[in-house]
Design a binder for this molecule. Structure first.
Ligand code: 3H9
Length: 686
């Protein structure tokens, strides 16, 4: 039973109970329409409270139904029937009223919410626009400017702001059900308010729409939905209700079938699957109430800030007092930066800093639940740290290394209780980047692994389980991408052409701009280590740039030249000359943007397929999350694996074969050919 109705004197309480998030399945839509008819006919009922069981109000349409033909009753008709009810309906909101859930609430005569509720129209984040009157009723209720903000950003607002906007009628402190019934009793005595659909849209200042269009286009880049959402609000502000509803519905249905919507839906479900690896189902995580970070450099400070942001008390350990002070200053600078950006107040920053203790004494960790090591990438130093931790920490304390390239098995050798050890690979800046690669060693206990996933969720991160190999998932692919980008340079492309092509594909920056920003020295250090191991990393130009001390922006030049104090890249004659020398004797060709993108992205897919086959990644979708949340791959493309599948794996293989024949990349991996024959990566999983 998705809907139950009980009467409290003259008030009928309609309770929706459709776990987990009360999404508007066909059964729920039908039950709501039936409820309107039944309650209209019930003469004892004077007003209706619509409330939800579980953790949230209706969180939207059922996204899992989006791939299938829509089944009646359609949501716009459900909302219209609630709006047309003979008695006032009061939406009583807790948790989130999102998308179709907010649209249902807009059909109600009144809306009340608990202070912690949030309300919004997040459809653009799924590549669609609201499809049940959201863009049409919202400007009629709160005016076009506020409606544009809500609809084009997809970001929800809290109850307080919703009240200020006029989106809700009252904030209910205390028990929502009792408060909503009291509210309903009051409004039952009044005549029904004018339905939102019948109200006029407040006028806007001249030039408003042009300005809004420019702002939304600049932010959306190549995403279609935000601009279409704006178009629908504009149309709704300039035409009658019925035409506006028709336009909105048509646009919604068009976008629902679009490639961008499919990609964004894929990411939506991937993000929800990643934190819960099936093999850990039923394993309870250890409780983490206190944490320590070893090392107060960029990574350590970022990790400490991320832990503090999530409310954990932190001890920062450094080797001596001066290093402790530097580490604390690094953490303070992060919080102060958040204050400057308006993300937190000075008071919150001070409170966060007050929860950080600096120490050189490992003995202070005797009762700490979690310790994350983030010292220099040197196996000797890291082992020494874990040797000390083995002596002082409780045997059940979780010990983690934040290595990006070293082998966590080797780091954990000799520690006491190795089952409590795991790799947690954060991405820089660690308090901002969402990705967390979770790397079990051969001895990590399932409970400790689950604790890693639970911690990630607590920190608001996207956790992806990664097997132990050089670079794990993300940096292993990055290594291939960098080598590939250099191959293009040696065959006629320029750094600026490669970067421009990758930006056109949707990345925030190209591979050379990114290296200049992050610095070329770390990768050079890793190549040196790889050569010492007998490997042969391909980076002829980058090696020469580093030999010339061109380490990127910080040294005034890298792949580009930089004027002192400026970040704008300028093409470099020095670099062009080095490229020409390294390219001597190699065949040159003319590259267009699409070919460059293929020659960068598809080898990425080739390596990712190997990663999948080796079970370093458990799911193709996990690799997509790594690229999106760690490396800026455009979300609306769904990640490289989704992109490749949507494009057709047979075509991907054919392009790679052509590039390989020209000596421009490795040939497609056997697993990729098999996946292409089977029609998808699922053939490689399991
Ligand atoms: C829309 O409404 C279009 C309309 O305008 C027009 C229609 C005509 N559908 O996130 P969680 C599942 S578009 C189906 O971990 P939380 C989710 O997959 C929609 N399933 O919980 C997961 O399943 P599982 C606009 C959904 O407490 C489980 O619920 N609405 C949906 O951290 C728990 O999810 C949105 O975009 C859904 N709509 O956060 C809201 N939502 O357990 C999207 C969730 O099997 N949802 N699931 O893995 C959210 O933002 C969060 O889920 C919410 C709760 C904040 C509600």
């Amino acid at each position: 039973m998705t809907v139950t109705i009980v009467s409290e004197n003259a008030i009928a309480v309609v309770t929706v109970d459709n776990p987990p998030v009360n999404a508007l399945s066909q059964a729920l839509r039908q039950a709501l329409v039936d409820a309107v008819a039944d309650l209209d006919a019930d003469t004892a009922v004077e007003a209706v409270v619509l409330i939800c069981a579980g953790r949230t109000f209706i969180a939207g349409a059922d996204v899992s139904e989006f791939g299938k033909p829509p089944q009646p009753p359609h949501l716009p008709d459900v909302v219209a029937s609630i709006e047309g009810a003979k008695k006032p309906w009061v939406a009583a909101i807790h948790g989130s009223a999102l998308g179709g859930g907010l649209e249902v609430a807009l059909g109600c005569a009144y809306r009340v919410a608990v202070p912690t509720a949030s309300l919004g129209l997040p459809e653009v984040k799924l590549g669609i626009i609201p499809g049940a009157g959201g863009t049409v009723r919202l400007p009629r209720l709160i005016g076009p400017a506020a409606a544009v903000d809500l609809v084009t950003s997809g970001s929800p607002v809290g109850a307080k702001k919703a009240k200020a906007l006029g989106l809700i009628d009252a904030v209910i402190d205390g028990d929502l059900r009792a408060g909503a019934i009291a509210f309903a009793n009051k409004v039952a005595e009044r005549s029904l308010p004018q339905p939102i659909s019948g109200r006029a849209v407040p006028a806007v200042e001249s030039g408003f729409w042009d300005t809004a269009e420019k702002a939304v286009a600049a932010k959306a880049k190549r995403e279609v939905a935000p601009l279409m959402a704006l178009a629908s609000v504009r149309n709704a502000s300039e035409t009658d209700f019925a035409s506006a509803m028709a336009f909105e519905r048509e646009t919604f249905l068009d976008l629902r079938g679009s490639a961008q919507a499919a990609a964004l839906r894929h990411v939506f479900f991937a993000e929800r699957a990643a934190p819960r690896p099936p093999e850990l189902a039923g394993v309870t995580p250890r409780e983490i109430h206190s944490a320590a970070v070893i090392g107060g450099g960029t990574m350590g400070a970022g990790i400490a800030a991320a832990l503090r942001d999530a409310g954990l008390a932190i001890v920062l350990i450094e080797r001596d007092r001066a290093a402790v002070e530097r580490g604390l200053a690094n953490i303070r600078a992060i919080f102060e930066g958040s204050v400057k950006r308006g993300r937190i107040t000075q008071e919150v920053s001070d409170e966060r800093m007050a929860g950080v203790t600096g120490s050189e004494d490992y003995g202070s960790l005797a009762n700490t639940d979690l310790v994350i090591e983030a010292v220099f990438e040197d196996i000797g130093i890291k082992r020494a740290v874990f040797g000390k931790l083995s002596e002082v920490c409780r045997p059940d304390a979780v010990l983690a290394t934040n290595t990006s390239y070293l082998d966590p098995n080797a780091i954990s050798e000799g520690i006491a209780h190795p089952e409590r050890f795991l790799g947690l690979h954060f991405f820089s800046p660690a308090h901002v980047m969402k990705l967390l690669e979770i790397v079990p060693t051969e001895t990590t206990a399932p409970q400790v692994l689950t604790t890693g996933f639970a911690l990630a969720r607590h920190l608001g991160k996207i956790p992806v389980r990664a097997g132990n190999c050089d670079g794990f998932i993300g940096n292993r692919i990055l290594k291939v991408t960098r080598a590939q980008a250099e191959r293009l340079l040696l065959s006629g492309a320029t750094p600026s052409a490669v970067d421009a092509a990758m930006r056109a594909f949707g990345l925030p920056m190209g591979p050379f701009e990114a290296q200049d920003l992050g610095g070329l020295d770390i990768a050079a250090f890793q190549r040196k280590a790889a050569r010492e191991r007998g490997e042969t990393p391909f980076a002829p130009v980058a090696d020469r740039l580093c030999a010339n001390e061109r380490f990127g922006q910080k040294s005034g030049g890298g792949w580009y030249d930089y004027q002192p104090g400026h970040r704008a890249p300028k093409s470099s004659e020095t670099v062009a000359a080095i490229i020409a020398e390294e390219a001597a004797g190699r065949p040159q060709r003319v590259w267009d943007e699409a070919e460059i993108a293929d020659a960068i992205i598809l080898p990425m897919v080739n390596e990712a397929t190997r990663i999948l086959e080796e079970r370093v990644a458990l799911r193709a979708a996990d690799i997509d999350l790594v690229k999106i949340h760690g490396y800026g791959f455009p979300r609306w493309r769904g990640g490289p694996m989704h992109y490749a599948e949507a494009r057709g794996l047979s075509e991907v293989v054919a392009v790679l074969d052509r590039l390989a024949a020209e000596g421009l990349t490795e040939p497609p991996h056997e697993g990729l050919r098999r996946a292409a024959k089977a029609g998808g990566f699922s053939a490689l999983a399991g």
